[in-house]
Design a protein around this ligand. Structure first.
Ligand code: GAR
Length: 219
């Protein structure tokens, strides 16, 4: 069984979806731990209720980014993490950290990458007048929100939408489906990072997978 470590900073809705999918037998892996850089992250409750060990690594207690990342890498090594899942982990990671876990670390981002790396994605999509919006799961590489995309889900933006309504639809309709699917592919060994590209069941993804590629269990 592969060992998953999920890193969070906040609410943990993606974490909860992963927990439910794993419990239902759709992700063949075990949770080694959930680590938060914030003691008050409400997502920690989901982990505790599921009986998953939790750890808090408060970034403010480290002198700089490198020291925090070194401590985090140490915990991931000690936990023997096979797969590192960034689920609303709001930290910019150093190159050294990313290189150590490259190919084993996924992130979910609330935009149709390569659009809107960084923060405030829903507002930026509205201001640009985008007809579509969504979310993307990608491998983490040193450039922020720029690693090879694995799966992306999209929907149409309505005239009545505001940033809050977009955020809710991105979460409900897209994130909570595509992340468990991507983590399941990783856990089964079907998804790999090879020569800088995402490879699913031996096929290089020239375009990310879409909602149409979700298996029944993840729809
Ligand atoms: C999600 O929308 C996720 O895509 C986003 O934070 C939210 C976390 O929600 N991540 C990023 O913006 C990463 N740059 P959650 O804690 O309820 O899963």
């Amino acid at each position: 069984m592969k060992r998953l470590v999920v890193l969070i900073s906040g609410r943990g809705r993606n974490l909860q979806a992963l927990i439910e999918a794993q419990r239902a037998g759709h992700i063949p892996a075990q949770f080694a731990a959930v680590i938060s850089n914030r003691a008050d992250a409400s997502g920690l409750t989901h982990a505790r209720e599921a009986g998953i060990p939790t750890e808090i690594l408060p970034h403010a207690q480290f002198p700089d980014r490198a020291a925090f990342d070194a401590a985090l890498a140490g915990r991931l090594r000690a936990l023997r993490a096979d797969i590192v899942v960034l689920a609303g982990f709001m930290r910019i990671l150093t190159d050294g950290f990313v290189r150590e876990f490259e190919g084993r670390m996924l992130n979910i981002h609330p935009s149709l990458l390569p659009k809107y790396a960084g923060l405030d994605t829903h507002r930026r999509a509205l201001e640009a007048g985008d007809a579509e919006h969504g979310a993307t799961v990608h491998f983490v590489t040193p450039t922020l929100d720029s690693g090879p995309s694995v799966i992306q889900g999209r929907f149409s933006v309505n005239a009545e939408d505001d940033a809050a309504s977009l955020a809710e639809r991105v979460m409900e309709r897209i994130e909570l489906k595509i992340y468990p699917q991507a983590v399941a592919w990783m856990a089964r060994g079907e998804l790999k990072l090879q020569d800088g590209a995402a490879v699913l069941r031996g096929r290089r993804l020239a375009q990310p997978a879409t909602l149409a590629d979700l298996e029944e269990a993840f729809r």
